[in-house]
Every structure is written in C-alpha cells, then in structure tokens.
Ligand binder design. Structure first.
Ligand code: NAP
Length: 492
C-alpha cells in the first residue's frame, strides 16, 4: 500500500499528478530533507514532500530572473494561449485535483470540485485579459509632441498562499502575473503543497517555459526564513500574500528595505446584517452558505451575525435548526457537508472561543464541542456581545455568534467596529436600505441578499487592515504592471 492510500487519499485517474518535489527552473527538486503532509480527516501521512530551504529559494529567484526577459518578450497572444492551455488541463483533471485537495485540506469533495472550477476561472479570465494589456495615447498641449503610456510587467513576483484555498489562492496570483509577463516564485502553505505541485505539473504539460513558474514547498519552521529571503531579494519586485493579518504586517515591514510592491489579502471579520424585513429563508440559507463553507475556514465567512429585534428569535431558531442538521465527516464520503478542521490548533481555538463567549454571557443554542477527534460541531451562540473574542477576532471555524440590534444606525456602527474590512452581508427587502447600508459598510465586498460573493469577474480584496490591492476582474492585472510614459517630441 502506498503512503497516499494508507492516508486515505482517493485513487487518482492520473497518479503522476501527485508531485512531491519542488519545481525550480523546470526541474523537479527534491531538496535535502522531506516533511510529512497529513490528511486532516484521518491524521495519517499522505506524502513526504520536499522541505526546501533558503538556498533553494535563491535558486528559484535566479531561475525566474533568467526566464523573465524571454517571458516578457513573448507576445501577449502567446502568453494567453499558454494560460488557456493550463486552464483546459485544470478542467480536464478537475476530479483528480479535487481528490488531492480534499485529501490534504479536508473540505468535502463537492466543495473541492467547486474550488477547482472557481480557481480555474481565474486562469481563463487572465488568459483573456492578457490580450487586453492596452496602453494609452494621451493628447498634450504641444502639437509637435505625442505622449504614450505603456503597461509593462513589474518583474519577478513572489506569491505566498494559505492552506484554506490551496488551489484558488494559487491561480488568483499566478495567472495575472503570467498574463502580465512576470515569472513567479510560489511558496504554498506547509499543510497543502500537493495541490500547488499538481497545478505546477499542469503548467509544465501546458508548455509554460521553464523558470516562469517555480514552486518552493517547505515545512512551517522554514516559512519565516523563506518569507524573509523573498522580501529581502531586490530581484523580486512584487510580493502577493494571502494569509493572516499578523504575517501580512511582518511581510510589509520586511519588504520596506527593497521598496517592493505588495498585494495583501489578509484576515476578515465579516458582519452579516439581517433586518426585520428580510426574507427569513434566504437570510438563513445565505448564513449557512457564508458561515459553514469549508467548516467556517474562509476569510469571507460571516463572523458576526447582527440581527434586528423583530426577526431575531425566528432567525436564531431557524439557523440553529439548520446548523444542527449539517452532517460532519470525512470529506470523501457522500453527503458530508462539514469536513474536519485543519489541525488540532484550530480545534483548540474553537473551544477557547466558545468558553470565552459563555463566560461573557452568551447562550449556546447548538454545538459548542468537538465531534470525535477532528471535527467541531456547527455552533450557534446567541446573546453575543462586543466584549467577546468572537466579536473582536476572526473565528475561522464553524461558530456563528448572533448579536441583537435595534436601528439601522446601530447596525452600521457595530458592523464597522472592526480593524478588518474584507466582506460584509446585508439582508433586507427594502431596496433603499440595501443600497444605503451596502454603501456605508467599510469593506471591499458586499453580499446584498446573498451569501455568495466571489467570482473572477469581480475585484476581490479588502479595506482597512484586511489588505491592499485587488485580485480578479479587469483591475486584477494592475498590481503586476508598471505604467511607463513616453513623450515623443519634435514631430512637426
Ligand atoms: P498564515 O499563518 O498567515 O499563513 C499564510 C501563508 O504564510 C502560509 O504559506 C504560511 O506558511 C506562510 N507564512 C507563515 N509565517 C510566515 C512568515 N514569517 N513569513 C512568510 N510566510 C509565512 O495564514 P493561514 O492560517 O495559513 O491562513 C488563514 C488566514 O488567511 C486567515 O486570516 C484568513 O482570513 C486569511 N485569508 C485571507 C484571504 C483573503 O483573500 N483576504 C483568503 C484566504 C485566507 P505555513 O503554512 O507553512 O506556515
């Protein structure tokens, strides 16, 4: 039995997608040591993956720098074709990619497949956008002068991605970089490198040239060293990071010495506002979709449910009933809706959040404890208040605290009382209020009468301490290009 099978990894149609070495300059690189990748549903190791070090990062940066002149000179149309080929390969292998994703990350197979398609849609989108890197011709005062604005690739880019969306966070960064003509050095999370390496294998098959994509997997105790090396390198001109706000701040400080461009997709603390006139069914379904997807481990998950007096009790009772009905289990089993949490640390954090809330007067409506060793029961807490950790911090797990409010003004004040500003949700049938509240919320994305908010056509990102820059949409290339003006004189 292989390690993959012993760890309950599902058989793959194409086992050669299971790559365990890093990719540097087109060569699979084993490094000096390896580390175990475990299945969060079983705790068993699935694979031994290369644990690369600072020297390997330097090699990856050099490989990317060597690839840059040729890649930037490749026509936009050709870059677009190569990206489109990568997109088609991802879609062709979507079932295998979903199996790999569920095995190392834990989310139910159906959610993994959705993530593969969602992640692939960014590759398709940026394959199309690659051909629209248009510049400008600007009229100026002097009639003997013409002024041009070019959009040129920023240079070698670095990307650091988290474990909660091991596929989509990679494509959201790598696809726009490649579209703009920039090579990439990618460091995936320690816990989920297999999905990133399978994607890298598909870039090789797509014919994307050596050195344009380099992947440096590493164990957690090397993350700081690798992050520091990427920040310190003058060759890296742009760093895109998705992860916690604390690490985002650290990378920002470290990047000051080389005045790097930064795209930061950091933590959220999304308010979910339900007004008395909301459609109860759609508010509850929106709440379930937003809160419990990926067992609550997403940056745009509703963190605080702010519910108006008149609908409060009905909402709590319906949400409790629906949350209690969600089926927890191994994500490979049919009908499982909630997979395991990523690790023991996450489970312990959930216990602390519940204990803290109860000690401050919250009422436990359902859940509140582990189910077996690896799952945390979908939890609803009522009587939540601002003093609790669940109000102040990103919960990042399946706990839904419900707060009561009286007026629209109170709701907006409470919703904005956070240093984070990523996503927010509002449910009301009053169109005036829907627009007014959506505009007043301090965040980058609003779900107005919906719990689902993200697609490749829209800008994704936050305000305040949730980060800098936007991924996806026609604005998603901006971080990967420099504007250059050329003044053409003496044209009489
Ligand atoms: P994390 O601990 O900040 O890790 C994110 C990535 O940074 C991982 O690859 C991690 O490597 C790496 N890392 C850790 N320490 C580092 C250091 N000193 N220097 C450089 N890299 C370092 O976050 P996480 O727990 O994986 O992810 C959850 C967080 O991500 C949540 O706050 C969530 O809101 C946020 N998130 C935001 C978005 C968004 O679009 N705004 C999307 C998804 C997630 P290791 O895993 O190997 O430690």
């Amino acid at each position: 039995m292989t390690l993959w099978e012993a760890g309950a990894g599902q058989p793959l149609d194409d086992p050669s997608l299971l790559r365990t070495d890093g990719l540097i300059g087109g060569r699979w690189t084993a490094g000096k040591v390896r580390h175990d990748i475990s299945n969060p549903a079983t705790g068993e190791p699935l694979a031994k993956v290369a644990n690369l070090d600072e020297g390997d990062v330097e090699a990856a940066i050099s490989a990317a720098a060597s690839a840059f002149p040729r890649w930037r000179a490749t026509s936009a149309r050709q870059r677009s074709r190569l990206l489109m080929e990568w997109y088609h390969l991802i879609r062709r292998h979507e079932d295998d990619l979903a199996r790999i994703l569920t095995a190392e990350q834990g989310k139910p197979l159906g959610e993994s497949l959705s993530e593969v398609r969602y992640g692939a849609s960014y590759v398709e989108w940026f394959a199309e956008e690659a051909r629209r890197l248009n510049g400008e011709i600007v009229p100026v005062e002097d009639t003997a002068t013409r002024a041009l604005v070019l959009r040129q690739p920023v240079g070698v880019c670095a990307a650091i991605t988290p474990w909660n969306f091991p596929l989509a966070m990679v494509t959201r960064k790598v696809a726009p970089a490649l579209a703009a003509g920039c090579p990439v050095v990618l460091k995936p999370s320690e816990q989920t490198p297999l999905t990133a390496l399978a994607l890298a294998e598909l870039t090789v098959r797509a014919g994307i040239p050596d050195g344009v994509i380099n992947v440096v997997p590493a164990a957690r105790d090397r993350a700081a060293e690798i992050g520091a090396a990427l920040c310190a390198s003058p060759v890296i001109r742009h760093l895109s990071f998705t992860g916690s706000t604390d690490i985002g701040r650290l990378l920002m400080r470290q990047s000051a010495t080389t005045v790097k461009r930064l795209s930061l997709e950091l933590g959220g603390n999304a308010p979910f506002l339900v007004f008395d006139d909301a459609d109860l069914d759609s508010a509850v379904e929106g709440a379930i979709a937003s809160k419990f997807r990926n067992a609550g481990q997403t940056c745009v998950c509703a963190n605080r449910f702010l519910v108006q007096d008149g609908i409060h009790d009905a909402f709590v009772s319906r949400l409790t009933e629906r949350a209690a009905s969600l089926r927890c289990g191994n994500g490979i089993e049919r009908d499982v809706q909630i997979g395991p949490l990523i690790d023991e640390r996450a489970l312990r954090r959930m216990e602390t959040v519940v204990t803290d809330a109860l000690s401050h007067g919250a009422m436990l409506e359902t859940g509140g404890q582990r189910i077996g060793q690896r799952h945390f029961a979908p939890t609803v807490l009522s009587k939540a208040s601002h003093a609790m950790r669940c109000a102040q911090e990103e919960i990042f797990g399946p706990i839904a605290p419900v707060f009561r409010f009286r007026t629209e003004e109170d709701a907006i004040l409470a919703a904005n009382a956070s240093e984070a500003g990523l996503a927010a949700y509002v449910f009301t049938r009053d169109m005036g209020r829907l627009i007014r509240v959506s505009e007043a919320l301090e965040c980058g994305m609003v779900g107005a009468n919906t719990g689902r908010i993200s697609n490749a056509e829209l800008p994704f990102g936050g305000v305040k301490q949730s980060g800098l820059g936007r991924e996806g949409s026609r604005h998603g290339l901006d971080d990967y290009v420099e504007l250059k003006s050329i003044t053409l004189g003496g044209l009489e």
